[in-house]
Design a protein. Structure first.
Lengths: 472, 1000
């Protein structure tokens, strides 16, 4: 049992009852699709179609369909990969680390954030396969027993570490998310009227009964998975950063990368969660569950991680100068003043300067400002990866090989396409799955609301049943 | 219930026969033949017949399925009678000769299963023992050109040889007027004799020789021959616009001579000093110690200044020309009497007269010029060709034959050639395809490729070389000489003709002949080539020196029409290897362009790729993009010849660039390869596909050079070695390592590249392409920076004056930069960064120090390429073979014949790179093993090292203390030997030797 300060803002506003929560969340699932949702899905499906076409071109004709060259062997592919993996981080952080830290405000956003994680990792996982010259042999990167003369993978390669990191991350996140969904699926199942819906949700809820034993196990599993997922928040992006940090290329070969990448990942992940939440709460009328408190808390995380990232950028420059290594120094001067200066300054503006506006409480609590700034952060973090990958590669050691990279329509198509894929999945999720974890929100409803509101009698005045609530 | 109606299974049950009773308890009452099928009698009973049935069913299903899978049919037809020389899998080598427009190479041709696949230098030759030109390397691909004519043509229609022969014979019989045979230089003694005999039978006959890039003035000023230059004996070399290392006269023999006294060691540190006065930045100029940009109209003034300077008069240099350098050159020439040489590429008789006089003054004749043995590789006579064009136009020519000549394309007066041809009754071309002249000919009698032909050559008096066919003619072509024999009514073949001709002197006995054919060369001083009598020049040096410089119309720009190292005069421009070969200087592929100095471009507001309209003498125009060329003389532009082909018979060259020949000026019965032009911006832009777009070295220690003065004072201080700061003081990078070193027990292959010897010609890049089945990717892909060359030559210009760390400024090359070349390929690092990052271990280290690629294992993550500090890995972005998007030699069955069967053709999506020619290493080791010995040093040579005309690349076993590479490394250690990017501690197996410049 925790003590909750009496001056703390309630986590759920609007005097909701348990029943209200069920109604509010299930309404989206049970009602007919609304027009705005359908329109959004149509746009997302167009994006998905672009993805399918671009992927077809890449797989059928080869990587040459992209803008890569002999000097810049990775560009948008790995930029997108790191960007999507980074975006995924917020979900795990919210659901795992905040769970362990008993941060109750997380309950209303963790479901959507976790879904975002899953979908972002799906988008991310496309790239390591698509970027291969021979993707049909992608399984060769797995340490499978084989008959190719007992060929084994190269455990020295950070790309192999990536394979393990991403697949572990995806599996744990998926299980964690699904376990959380089971009680809510059961709720929808119990309310379902149509035979298809009942069957479907019955299957999805794995026969959840809601017994005390089931709840106990549910809580235990959540805790165990949270424990498992927590190191992944740190490990996944650490390992992704090692793709670069263990190389010899100036601008990549940097020991600061692991913490810097993790901070950047949380930074971009929170920005993406906010972007999606601000839309979702509006479209599905969930203002009482995803409150300004949530937005403000997340903005505080953004300002912290954004500042870490900013410090990292500056540290890189300092170390480049301090190292006395010609190539290292040039790599960073080239970032800021070379042909890709615009990408560097886009990154600096979006990632370092704009989040500093959140020092102002009014901006932190302004939905419009938050929405705009989170979009900036999303763009900035994409540019961060682009800057690291492309500007480091395009001018490395021998000036004779210096080259420029420019994307083809297929590069753009695949990137835009994964956004389409992501939103298709997210919109389907938002329609057919409960976007807010009803069970967990109900669990915090009383403790978070009674302190302030109970004396005025506004919170539970009409809800007699609420006293039966037992929460941890 | 008891009285239930009984239903019988059949009449047998009702009758209850014994047979029925016997089987009544069985599941299948009838007899099943399964046991019989198993060869067992009925008596053995039912031992699981159902299982057998299922087995049979399964087998049947599997058999039916297998039968429906059709295995690909590959037709391998064995020899009925195996040819004596052909062993499958074993290469045969034949001596032959490549000659094209002055580019002479005695070669060995490698054939596999009857197919010629590679050209290598013939070490028996004293002229070209070390290497070949890029064109010679690429010539083997021209053999498999799908666009060569397959039959003779009569008025553009396919025909039979018999018909062609009879029609031409009858046409010759009633020919009205003069018969002319137009050819480029013929250095074949037998061919020349045959042409003369052919003409003698016709009476009114003239053999007209012209060269597209003519040396007419040089020949005129030297009594009908090109002086027997010997650069190896010259301490001082002064060249006025002669690109003798790239394109002028006989570049490969010259390169070999030139480099002989530029190879230096601490013990023998004498090297020549080379002054170059030239307009465009040529390959030769790039190698010069002192290079002075001049306008073409100033060539005469420079020659005059040297001529006058040598006779003690004051040096009167044209304005804007570096007078100090000119004075130094004159001073050096005077101080090195008998050890100096002056050459000029100008086709102005006045300049050449002066140069001849200068060479007399400095005692070159008999010293640096072998008067007894002149070069014969250019004999073209501009005046003769101009006269023929007039004669054709006035209708006095009755028949004309074109042999290795295409004046409708490559003569400045091509339009007049065309109008003249219309008035000639009989026009016959020996072209191998319907090129510009052949398209206007009545008969095309396609000549064999040189690899299908017998021929003899005399490039230099007393140096004979032979060519023998290494493959039967692929198409219904016939050697031009055989055609001439047929038309003159002779029954002999050209082989017999040569044989008879040689019997008269060079090789009297069959044994001598066999040896000459085997060796490919005969250099016992016998001379066979008869030259046409020369018209002696009446110009004296004093007259020439007194001439006023050629006037250039005010406001116009002097354009130079120059020859590129790869494309040359365009005779082989349909060769994709040559088109994709990076020009040694501009690093551009696939196109020609207008080279212009940066200052001029800035003044005109032109940036690279802007298309300019060039208006030349007769008001005609062409449009080409501009290329900013450091070192180009102010007020001049350069445009390469050999481009602008429009015919379908050369699809690879079609539409590439524009034809610059018409810009050349016809004056004084000669051709000047320069012209006054006007330039205008068109507003459009065409990208030029360069393989290198950054031209300065950015103050990095990746390629090293120093001066001869410093080298002489202390050879240990000419190379910078990077040291890493440790707590124990500065340490060699290799001394600080986290890794265990590989242990090499048997061999440790390595390479040494002498930057002082490398002239940057690019022969190694083409050789590598031929040896290793490297695909051609086309202009669009080169623009995407995706050329596949495993070996490239990095070319760096010195930067403009700049402060340290002023990165923006140091990106700009100097107006007249010094140039350095650095061949770059996989460095075969002992601590290779590519090896650790591959997730599937597709690239790994061999026990002999090679960094290997297992193409089959590669999944194509490109991580290795990203992590390569030298950026030498190449990725198969597309399928480059059997792909219509890349319609080059690997997309047709004929073109694929050039592929080396010892090297895998890589599939789409895999990484590739230099293998140190591992197939050659394996072959060498196997041959040594078969003879129970160690491989001998020099037996295993990589393709690049073998083809290098200046022997700049040494390949060998670094574990063999007696090998050349070990000795070189031991000698140069701490002096000139360095590793590129040593501070990364990747420990390459390729070592470079610092370039030394003999600055004045």
């Amino acid at each position: 049992m925790q003590h909750v300060s009496p001056i703390r803002e309630p986590l759920v506003t609007g005097g909701k009852t348990y029943h209200d929560i069920t109604e509010d969340v299930c309404r989206q699932v049970e009602a007919k699709p609304n027009v705005r949702w359908a329109a959004a899905l149509a746009v997302a499906l167009v994006g998905l179609a672009i993805f399918i076409y671009s992927t077809y071109r890449t797989l059928w004709y080869g990587i040459g369909e992209w803008g890569l060259n002999k000097t810049v062997g990775w560009a948008w592919d790995i930029t997108n990969f790191v960007w999507w993996v980074g975006i995924g981080h917020a979900g795990t952080l919210i659901s795992a680390i905040l769970l362990l830290f008993r941060q109750k405000w997380r309950t209303s956003i963790n479901r959507a954030a976790e879904a975002m994680t899953i979908f972002a990792v799906i988008c991310a996982a496309m790239f390591p396969v698509l970027h291969m010259g021979r993707p049909w042999l992608a399984y060769w990167v797995l340490p499978l027993p084989n008959t190719f003369g007992s060929l084994w993978v190269n455990f020295n390669s950070p790309l192999l570490w990536d394979v393990f990191a991403i697949s572990t991350y995806f599996s744990v996140s998926l299980v964690f998310w699904y376990i959380g969904l089971i009680p809510d699926f059961a709720t929808i199942r119990d309310r379902a009227t149509g035979p298809i819906a009942r069957r479907a949700y019955s299957f999805l809820s794995f026969g959840w009964t809601g017994s005390a034993k089931a709840w106990s196990r549910y809580e235990t599993v959540s805790l165990i998975l949270a424990g498992l997922a927590t190191p992944l928040v740190l490990s996944v992006h650490t390992i992704v950063s090692m793709d670069f940090a263990t190389s010899v290329i100036p601008g990549w070969h940097t020991t600061i990368f692991p913490p810097y990448f993790v901070a950047g990942a949380i930074f971009s992940g929170f920005a993406m969660v906010l972007t999606l939440m601000i839309i979702t709460r509006k479209v599905f009328k969930l203002e009482d569950y995803i409150t300004l408190e949530h937005v403000e808390s997340m903005n505080k995380v953004i300002i912290l991680t954004g500042s870490i990232v900013g410090v990292a950028y500056i540290t890189e420059f300092f170390i480049a100068w301090y190292s006395g290594v010609e190539y290292e120094q040039y790599a960073f001067i080239n970032r800021a003043t070379g042909p890709y200066w615009w990408a560097y300054w886009a990154m600096m503006t979006c990632n370092v300067i704009t989040p500093q506006l959140f020092w102002f409480r009014s901006i932190r609590r302004s939905l419009t400002a938050t929405f705009i700034i989170t979009i900036f952060v999303n763009i900035g973090m994409w540019f961060e990866r682009f800057v690291i990958i492309v500007t480091s590669l395009h001018r490395d050691f021998l000036p004779s090989s210096w080259a420029m990279f420019s994307p083809t329509i297929i590069d753009i198509g695949i990137y835009v396409g994964t956004i389409g894929l992501f939103f298709t999945l997210f919109l389907l999720f938002a329609k057919f799955f409960p976007v807010i974890n009803m069970a967990e929100v109900k669990a915090i409803l009383k403790s978070s609301s009674e302190v302030k509101h109970h004396p005025h009698g506004t919170m539970h005045g009409t809800d007699k049943d609420s006293h039966t609530n037992t929460h941890p | 219930m008891q009285d239930r109606i009984k239903y019988w299974k059949g009449i047998e049950e009702l009758e209850n026969t014994p047979e029925f009773a016997k089987h009544a308890h069985n599941e299948f009452p009838e007899f099943l033949p399964i046991n019989e099928a198993r060869g067992e009698g009925e008596s053995t009973g039912l031992t699981a017949p159902r299982r057998d049935f299922l087995k049979l069913l399964g087998f049947g299903l599997a058999a039916a399925t297998l039968a429906s899978c059709e295995a690909p049919v590959r037709k391998a037809i064995p020899y009925l009678n195996k040819p004596v020389d052909v062993e499958p899998g074993v290469a045969n080598w034949y001596a032959s000769t490549y000659f094209n427009n002055g580019d002479f190479n005695s070669i060995l041709v490698k054939t596999r299963e009857g197919r010629p696949i590679k050209v290598e230098p013939n070490p028996s030759s004293t002229l070209t023992p070390m290497g070949t030109s890029p064109k010679a390397q690429a010539s083997v691909l021209s053999l498999y050109d799908n666009n060569r004519l397959r039959t003779p043509l009569i008025k553009g229609k396919e025909a039979k040889w018999e018909q062609v022969d009879s029609e031409i014979r009858s046409a010759l019989a009633r020919v009205n007027g003069k018969v002319a045979l137009v050819s480029s230089t013929v250095i074949s003694p037998s061919t020349k004799q045959l042409i003369n005999e052919f003409g003698a039978g016709l009476g009114n006959f003239e053999h007209v020789t012209y060269d597209p890039n003519s040396a007419s003035a040089l020949i005129g000023a030297n009594g009908g021959v090109i002086p027997g230059y010997d650069f190896s004996k010259a301490n001082i070399i002064v060249s006025i616009s002669a690109d003798f290392l790239g394109t002028w006269v006989a570049p490969i023999p010259f390169a070999k001579q030139y480099i002989q006294n530029r190879k230096i060691t601490a013990e023998n540190s004498n090297m020549s000093r080379h002054y170059q006065f030239e307009t465009i930045m040529s390959l030769t100029g790039a190698n010069a110690d002192v290079r002075v940009p001049i306008k073409p109209s100033e060539e005469l003034a420079i020659a005059t200044a040297i001529y006058n300077g040598l006779s003690g008069q004051g040096v009167n240099a044209p304005a804007n020309v570096d007078k100090k350098a000119l004075e130094n050159a004159i001073k050096d020439l005077r101080a090195n009497n008998g050890r100096a040489l002056v050459v000029s590429g100008s086709n102005d008789p006045a300049v050449q007269t002066l140069v001849t006089a200068i060479n007399k003054t400095i005692g070159a004749e008999g010293a640096t010029i072998d008067t007894a043995s002149p070069y014969l590789v250019k004999q073209g006579n501009d005046a003769q060709m101009l006269r023929l064009i007039d004669e054709m136009n006035n209708g006095s020519v009755g028949a004309v034959f074109f042999y290795n000549a295409n004046p409708v394309y490559d003569h400045p007066l091509a339009d007049r050639v065309k109008t003249g041809l219309a008035k000639v009754a009989l026009k016959v071309s020996f072209a191998d395809r319907v090129e510009e002249t052949a398209a206007l000919a009545d008969y095309v009698a396609p000549d064999n490729h040189y690899l299908e032909s017998w021929n003899d050559y005399e490039p230099k008096r007393g140096f004979l070389s032979l060519a023998q066919p290494v493959i039967s003619p692929i198409f219904m072509t016939r050697q031009a000489q055989d055609s001439l024999l047929a038309w003159s009514g002779s029954k002999t073949t050209f082989y017999d003709y040569i044989r008879n001709n040689w019997r008269k002197g060079a090789a009297g006995t069959d044994a001598q002949w066999e040896k000459a054919v085997h060796d490919g060369v005969l250099e016992n001083g016998t001379s066979m080539l008869a030259l046409s009598p020369a018209t002696a020049s009446t110009l004296t040096a004093a007259d020439a020196a007194g001439r006023a410089p050629r006037a250039v119309a005010g406001g116009s720009i002097e354009a130079v029409v120059y020859e590129k190292v790869g494309i040359g005069t365009g005779a082989e421009s349909n060769n994709p290897w040559l088109q994709e070969m990076a020009d040694p200087i501009t690093k551009a592929t696939w196109d020609n362009y207008i080279t212009m100095p940066r200052k001029m471009a800035e003044e005109m507001g032109v940036s690279q790729g802007n298309v300019l309209k060039v208006t030349y003498a007769n008001g005609k125009t062409l449009e080409l993009p501009a290329l900013i060329q450091p070192g180009q003389a102010q007020g001049t532009v350069g445009i390469a010849m050999g481009y602008g082909r429009e015919l379908d018979s050369m699809p690879t060259a079609k539409g590439r660039g524009a034809n610059a020949f018409p810009i050349a000026t016809v004056a004084d019965n000669g051709i000047l390869f320069t012209g006054a032009v006007q330039l205008e911006k068109t507003g459009s832009t065409v990208e030029i596909a360069q393989t290198q777009t950054h031209h300065t070295i950015m103050d990095r220690i990746v390629v090293q050079e120093n001066t001869l003065a410093n080298y002489k004072s202390n050879p240990k201080e000419v190379t910078q070695y990077v040291r890493i700061a440790t707590h124990e003081g500065p340490a060699k990078p290799a001394a600080i390592s986290l890794w265990d070193d590989y242990e090499y027990k048997n061999h440790h292959w390595g390479m040494v590249i002498d930057l002082n010897s490398c002239i940057g010609c690019g022969a190694c890049t083409v050789s590598c392409q031929a040896e290793n089945n490297i695909p051609v990717v086309g202009k669009e892909e080169v623009l995407m920076r995706r050329e596949m060359h495993w070996m490239r030559i990095d070319r760096y210009y010195s930067a403009v004056e700049h402060e340290a760390k002023d990165y923006k400024t140091m990106e700009d090359p100097a107006e007249n930069p010094s140039v350095i070349f650095q061949p770059m390929m996989c460095q075969h690092c002992n601590h290779a960064p590519c090896e650790t990052v591959c997730p599937v271990a597709a690239t790994m280290h061999s026990s002999e120090g090679l960094n290997q690629m297992a193409y089959n294992r590669c999944v194509g993550t490109r991580y290795c390429a990203n992590n390569c500090p030298y950026k030498v890995r190449r990725f198969n972005w597309f399928a480059y073979s059997n792909n219509d998007k890349f319609d080059f030699n690997m997309n047709n069955d004929l073109g694929k014949m050039v592929l080396n069967p010892d090297v895998t053709v890589r599939s789409r999506g895999v990484m590739e790179k230099c293998s140190f020619c591992v197939q050659r290493i394996q072959l060498g080791k196997l041959e040594a093993k078969r003879e129970s010995r160690r491989p001998v040093d020099g037996e295993i040579v990589s393709a690049c090292a073998q083809s290098c005309p200046t022997d700049a690349i040494i390949f060998g076993d670094m574990l063999d203390p007696e090998s050349r590479i070990s000795k070189t490394l031991a000698r140069e250690k701490g002096e000139r030997a360095f590793h590129v990017l040593e501070e990364l501690n990747v420990q390459p197996n390729v070592t470079y030797l610092t370039k030394i410049r003999n600055l004045a």
